[in-house]
Design a protein around this ligand. Structure first.
Ligand code: IMP
Length: 433
């Protein structure tokens, strides 16, 4: 039995969906533990694309357990749509899905507030660039002990009481932001819709923490699927340009409700370059032609919002920080194929700030923005063989790039992905072994 956590080592969008899908072959159960529909995982199986926002990326393996942990903030309508989409493809046909009764619920007013705050902050040039999925307001309500949990959807009187109390506080804020204050009829409509959605979700709900602990006790392999990336972590990321949950490996235990002694290994996912969506410092960002080339070649447009992702060279100080924060013991490298055709590829090996060389980003986001990347350059490579299965199938220049990143990050690679399909993968070690 092994328990493996997979986390994004950068600012999200590292290709976790594909890696989780591959690792699920060996897992009994996959547990998504944080965030909500701000995430978007694109899976390509037999040339067909499936994008999930809430259901774990292990969903494409019929019969494997898919758990949504209590640390998540769940938009019930998005989840119902996703379940229907999966079932339309013959997935989630049995008892695979389990939604934690303690997970929090995103309601229309969370999204309303998220959007209004962003618009207002944008006017001051201070937007976070959120996905506007209501993530921040839902986690605020949770921390403020006035959130709605999945189990509250089954108790109409309790649900109404919580929603009324929330809106009582929120109405003046909505009015202050220049928003349209919802009418009593609209609020009743939101509550009625939430109750209906709850009834539809009810058959899938249960005590997720106990279930996962039991699966581990029964000796099965369990895979924890992180959302976003370590540098978007609420406590340790590039605050305030972060999401509102714990995206590092430690978040898996806290959010899923199991102890840290159960975890065997942590795998980080990094792209062969870097991307970021939304605002916040990004020292290796490429604003010209090379950045555009990477964006087009890598299809770097948000799978949740469609926003073009900011693209840049691989940032080793940021990667080292992710490795440290999550205690990563191995890395999966994705999208190596995207850099093919470039005469030269660069990697930021350190930052220079006020005459000092730093191997990890400084704490203050203004300092990160001021930091000057120190680059090392590598000769590029031509098209990679799509069906490369061994590291020796890679051109020597690509191989040397991979080896150097691993050495400089201080962690070995367990997998190198050379294309979106399951088959376009070089597997080096098995994290469940
Ligand atoms: P929120 O999570 O919607 O509040 O957004 C906060 C920040 O996290 C913004 O910069 C988003 O672009 C970023 N973010 C949230 N989820 C993802 C993700 O899945 N991939 C990449 N960035 C994300």
């Amino acid at each position: 039995m092994s328990v493996v956590i997979v986390v994004g080592a950068q600012w999200g969008d590292e290709g976790k969906g594909k890696v989780v899908d591959l690792f699920t072959e060996r897992a009994h159960t996959v547990v998504r533990y944080g965030g909500g529909a701000n995430a978007g995982h694109t899976l390509v199986i037999d040339g067909k694309k499936l994008v999930t926002h809430l259901v774990p990326s292990g969903v494409c393996h019929p019969g494997k357990g898919c758990v949504l942990g209590d640390g998540m903030v769940i938009d019930p309508y998005t989840l119902l749509e996703e379940i229907a989409e999966c079932q339309g493809r013959g997935l989630l046909a049995g008892k695979e899905l389990l939604i934690g009764l303690g997970a929090h619920v995103i309601l229309p007013y969370h999204k309303l507030l998220d959007g209004m705050r962003e618009d207002r902050s944008a006017k001051r040039g201070k937007a976070i660039g959120t996905t506007r999925r209501g993530i921040g307001p839902a986690y605020e309500a949770k921390a403020g002990r006035r959130g709605v949990r999945i189990r509250d959807l089954f108790k109409p009187a309790r649900l109404k009481d919580i929603v009324d109390a929330n809106l009582d506080e929120m109405m003046p804020v909505i009015a202050h932001f220049g928003g349209t204050v919802p009418t009593a009829g609209e609020i009743d409509g939101w509550i009625a819709d939430a109750i209906r959605a709850g009834e539809q979700l009810r058959p899938y709900t249960g005590d997720a923490g106990r279930h996962v602990a039991q699966v581990i006790r029964d000796g099965h392999h369990v895979l924890f699927e992180g959302a976003q990336g370590c540098l978007l972590d609420l406590d340790h990321g590039t605050y305030p340009y972060v999401t509102s949950s714990s995206t590092i490996a430690a978040g898996a235990c806290q959010s899923a409700g199991i102890g840290p002694t159960h975890i065997d290994t942590v795998v980080g996912i990094t792209k062969a370059y870097a991307t970021r969506v939304g605002e916040g410092p990004f020292p290796t960002e490429l604003l010209g032609e090379v950045g555009d080339k990477i964006r087009i070649a890598g299809g770097e447009f948000g799978s949740t919002t469609g926003r073009p992702r900011r693209c840049g060279w691989l940032d080793l100080p940021a990667l080292r920080m992710g490795v440290r924060l999550s205690g990563m013991q191995s890395l999966a490298l994705t999208k190596l194929d995207v850099l093919a055709g470039m005469s030269e590829v660069s990697v930021c090996v350190a930052y220079k700030l006020d005459g000092r060389e730093l191997d990890e980003p400084p704490i203050d986001p203004d300092d990160i923005a001021r930091a000057e990347p120190v680059y090392a350059s590598f000769p590029g490579w031509d098209k990679l063989p799509a069906h490369a299965h061994d590291i020796t199938d890679l051109p020597p220049t690509a191989r040397s790039y991979v080896d150097t990143i691993s050495k400089m990050a201080g962690v070995p690679f367990c997998l190198v992905s050379v294309g979106p399909d399951r088959t376009e993968t070089i597997r080096l070690t098995d994290p469940f072994a």
